[in-house]
Design a protein. Structure first.
Length: 254
């Protein structure tokens, strides 16, 4: 069946959504995206339980989870905060025109390869016939912490860093070509996100919150969800769209 792009329908929860199965697929891929503090884990866990109770489904985490490492380092007695500040400082250098240093660039590139491994595992499970629900999804349109390339300086002066930046961008572009059937985007304001994640760095969380509305996923339809609403309200809208996607593949969710 031909590929369909239905962003207008997907952004109107009050209307009955319609989806068409993507050519070459037997099962759908549902992506759940949003900044830290938007409720991805809570919504994802409930949605996965609902889906997997009715059909073979796998919940795939496609993030790099580097933030949890940084918070763990910061909690180390005496030296943790100092080390964490140095990491933050080096990470901020990646946004400067000349880019990160070689060692920092290598670390960032290695973390992107970790995401690639997770992505390839998700693709394998999908080929095996599982419906897929993902927590986060790689995208190539907005470099930075919200699932885009980590080497954000577009014209670094260092030759090695330039090669790593180019290679990472191409890898993300390749991953992004495998578009989800639908993206469930959890939108949240900074105040709410900070209240839910008081241990997160405000500057990093502010960047993620502002990046989320800018993300695109290779033309995939996007369902806009207000993450400040009650959980059941968010889940009801999400289930409506997931049910419509499943129906396009001759499956059902009730």
């Amino acid at each position: 069946m031909p590929e369909s792009n239905v962003p207008l329908l997907a952004q109107q929860p009050q209307s009955a959504p319609h989806y068409t199965a993507l050519s070459g697929r037997k099962t759908p891929v549902i992506a759940l995206v949003g900044s830290d503090g938007s409720g991805k884990t809570t919504v994802g866990t409930a949605l996965f339980a609902w889906m997997s109770a009715q059909q073979p489904t796998r919940f795939c985490h496609l993030g790099k989870q580097t933030g949890s490492w940084g918070r763990a380092i910061a909690r180390i007695p005496f030296v943790g905060r100092k080390v964490d500040k140095r990491i933050v400082h080096k990470a901020s250098n990646t946004r400067r025109e000349k880019g990160a240093g070689t060692l920092t660039a290598l670390v960032i590139f290695a973390l992107s390869m970790r995401r690639l491994v997770r992505f390839l595992r998700m693709r394998r499970l999908h080929r095996e016939g599982y419906s897929i629900l993902t927590d986060r999804f790689p995208q190539a349109s907005v470099p930075g912490p919200m699932d885009g390339p980590g080497l954000v300086a577009r014209n670094p002066k260092n030759g090695m860093v330039k090669a790593l930046t180019y290679g990472e961008q191409k890898i993300y572009e390749w991953m992004a070509k495998f578009r989800p059937d639908v993206v469930l985007r959890l939108n949240v304001d900074l105040e709410t996100a900070l209240a839910r994640k008081p241990d997160h760095r405000p500057e990093a969380l502010r960047q993620k919150v502002s990046d989320v509305p800018r993300l695109t996923f290779n033309g995939a339809p996007v369902v806009e969800l207000d993450a400040t609403q009650p959980l059941e309200t968010v889940l009801a809208t999400a289930r409506t769209h997931v049910s419509a996607v499943m129906a396009a593949y001759g499956r059902s969710c009730h």
